[in-house]
Write a protein of this length. Structure first.
Length: 320
C-alpha cells in the first residue's frame, strides 16, 4: 500500500472512496447524500468531514457539501484502483457474481500492497474499466476522465472500448456473451440506417441501432482498422475504383461485400433480420432463368430473394 493510505483507518478510506464516487464535475457532495450512501446519520457525516478537513483530505463548506482535495483525491484513486482491479479478477477469473466480487473487493482493497496491485494489473492486461464499466484509476493515482458516447453514434472505421450497458440485466448478459463486455476493444466495420456491424474479439456482431444506443463506449480518437480487419481485395474498374453494383446484377459464383441496404423500412428490417447486414460477404449460388429469384449465401446460410428485393442491396465486388 502507499506510504500514507495504509495509515488511514478503513473508516476514513471508506469516506474518501464514497466522496470520490459521488463527486461529479467538481461539484461538492451534499452531506445528506453522503450519509445515505454510508448508512449513517448526517451528524456523524458532519463530524467525520470536519476531521478529514483538518487532515487536508477534503474541503468542507457548511450547507454546500464536501469535495476531495488533491491529496484526498490521490488517496481515493489509489484505493479505488485496488478495489476495481480485484473486481475484474474475481469476476473474470473466479467467476464470482458482481455482488460477491464487490463485497470481497471492499475487504481486499484495504490489505493489498502496491507491489501486488501492479502485478495484478499486469496479470489482467491493464484493464481500463471494472465489470460495471467504471474507470480504473492509473498507477499514477489519476482519475481517468472518460468521455462516453452511444455506440449507435459511431461511424464505420471508428473504434474504442466498451464501458457500460444501460439495457436490462438479461440483455446486458446476452451482449457480454457476444464479447461486448466492459473494457473490450471494438471496431465499427459498417453502418446502415437501422444497424451496425462491429468486430470484437475477432468476430463480427450485427446490432440494431436501438440496441447499440444502450451501449456506452469510449472512442479511441482515431480511425480503426489500419489492417486490423481482414478483407479481400475488391475488384476495380479501369480507373482503379472499386466496382459496386446491385446484388441482382451479380452472376453465379460472384461474391462481394454488402455496402448498403436500400428500400422501404419494412424491407430493410426483414433483410437485417435475415443477417443481410453491411460488411458481410455474399456469394451468388443460383439465378432462376428469368432472373427471379436470386439464391445466395451469407454467413453460411442459404437465402433467396426476389429480384426486386436483391436490387436494393448494393455490394462491392471482390476479385477472384
Amino acid at each position: 500500500m502507499g506510504d500514507k493510505d495504509h495509515l488511514l483507518s478503513e473508516n476514513i478510506q471508506m469516506y474518501l472512496v464514497s466522496i470520490a464516487r459521488l463527486e461529479r464535475e467538481g461539484q461538492p457532495v451534499a452531506l445528506s447524500r453522503l450519509a445515505d450512501t454510508l448508512g449513517i446519520s448526517p451528524v456523524s457525516a458532519n463530524q467525520m468531514c470536519r476531521k478529514l478537513q483538518d487532515q487536508g483530505l477534503v474541503a468542507y463548506t457548511p450547507y454546500k457539501g464536501v469535495s476531495l482535495t488533491p491529496e484526498g483525491e490521490q488517496l481515493a484513486a489509489r484505493i479505488l484502483r485496488r478495489h476495481r482491479l480485484w473486481e475484474v479478477f474475481l469476476v473474470e477469473h473466479l467467476r464470482m457474481s458482481w455482488e460477491e466480487a464487490h463485497e470481497a473487493a471492499c475487504r481486499l482493497e484495504h490489505a493489498t500492497p502496491d507491489r501486488v496491485v501492479e502485478r495484478l494489473d499486469e496479470f489482467l492486461g491493464h484493464p481500463r474499466v471494472n465489470p460495471q464499466g467504471e474507470p480504473i484509476p492509473s498507477s499514477s493515482d489519476d482519475f481517468p476522465r472518460i468521455v462516453l458516447r452511444p455506440l449507435a453514434e459511431m461511424e464505420a472505421g471508428q473504434g474504442g472500448h466498451f464501458v457500460r450497458c444501460t439495457a436490462d440485466e438479461t440483455t446486458c448478459a446476452f451482449l457480454v456473451g457476444q464479447g461486448l463486455r466492459p473494457g473490450a476493444p471494438f471496431q465499427v466495420v459498417a453502418v446502415a440506417p437501422e444497424s451496425l456491424l462491429i468486430e470484437v474479439d475477432g468476430r463480427r456482431v450485427a446490432l440494431s441501432r436501438s440496441l447499440a444506443a444502450m451501449l456506452q463506449v469510449e472512442p479511441d480518437g482515431r480511425q480503426a482498422g489500419g489492417g486490423a480487419l481482414p478483407s479481400r481485395e475488391p475488384s476495380k474498374d479501369e480507373g482503379g475504383e472499386p466496382i459496386r453494383m446491385p446484388l441482382d446484377q451479380l452472376a453465379v459464383g460472384q461474391q462481394g461485400i454488402i455496402i448498403r441496404i436500400g428500400g422501404e423500412a419494412h424491407l430493410r428490417r426483414r433483410l437485417l433480420d435475415m443477417g443481410i447486414v453491411p460488411g458481410e460477404t455474399v456469394t451468388v449460388e443460383r439465378v432462376a432463368p428469368l432472373g427471379d429469384p436470386v439464391e445466395f449465401t451469407v454467413k453460411g446460410y442459404h437465402l433467396s430473394l426476389r429480384k426486386s428485393e436483391a436490387a436494393q442491396i448494393l455490394v462491392e465486388l471482390e476479385s477472384n
